[in-house]
Design a protein around this ligand. Structure first.
Ligand code: SF4
Length: 212
């Protein structure tokens, strides 16, 4: 499905972002998939590689998904708009609106039960809320996408957590909640090494064995 959509959309000029992109970043992953991730827009490396959420944010995403027993290949990953805006600009409302039918079509094909919005624009757009991710992260709500009702969970974008480490604990907590929504056991993301046990006094060995 991913290759088909990428080929179909490769020449899209439906909005001004066509002028700033190298590639249309269609999205990738299995269809159907229980979980769909929707980030704001392709980043610099995403644009170059024609893949969403690559580089350091993609590595953090993979690490977070592993903490709820998922691999990236288990989830569908895409963006609100499929083309990278110029420089550090965010996509405008008209560009988000112009690209919306593509996201709706993907959601109709993927048929997710849970959608995670990664970032402020994805949160506002999918939650249809004036509030952004800082207010809504970690709050599950019902939303309609692809003609179906889904559980929507806004999360900080991994790139935001890399830029501002103070956001990382909230992102980790929200991913644990995502795991609970999906009915997945949560495993420790970075287990701290266990301290070496103190040497047991030789005289206590026999007493300890008696405890078991
Ligand atoms: S952002 Fe979407 S609508 Fe705009 S040119 Fe790219 S693919 Fe087309």
């Amino acid at each position: 499905m991913t290759a088909d959509l990428a080929a179909e959309w490769a020449g899209c000029t439906n909005c001004a972002l066509a002028a700033s992109r190298t590639h249309v970043v269609a999205g990738e992953g299995p269809a159907p998939a229980e979980l769909m991730l929707v980030a704001d827009a392709p980043g610099f490396h995403d644009d170059r590689q024609a893949r969403p959420l690559v580089g350091a944010p993609g590595d953090l995403l993979a690490d977070l998904l592993a903490s709820i027993g998922l691999e990236r290949r288990d989830v569908y990953v895409t963006t609100l708009v499929k083309c990278r805006p110029p420089g550090t600009l965010s996509p405008g409302e008209d560009e988000i609106a112009a690209c919306r039918d593509k996201l709706e079509r993907q959601a109709g094909l993927v048929r997710p039960r849970v959608v995670a919005a990664l970032g402020d624009l994805a949160t506002r757009s999918l939650a249809r809320s004036p509030h952004g991710v800082a207010q809504l992260h970690g709050q599950v709500r019902r939303a309609e996408i692809g003609g179906r009702e889904v559980a929507l969970l806004p999360l900080y974008h991994p790139a935001a957590a890399l830029h501002n480490a103070r956001l990382l604990p909230a992102l980790e907590a929200d991913v644990r909640q995502l795991g609970e929504l999906l009915g997945r056991a949560v495993v420790a993301r970075r287990p701290a090494p266990a301290p070496p046990p103190p040497p047991a006094p030789a005289a206590a060995d026999d007493e300890q064995l008696g405890l078991f």
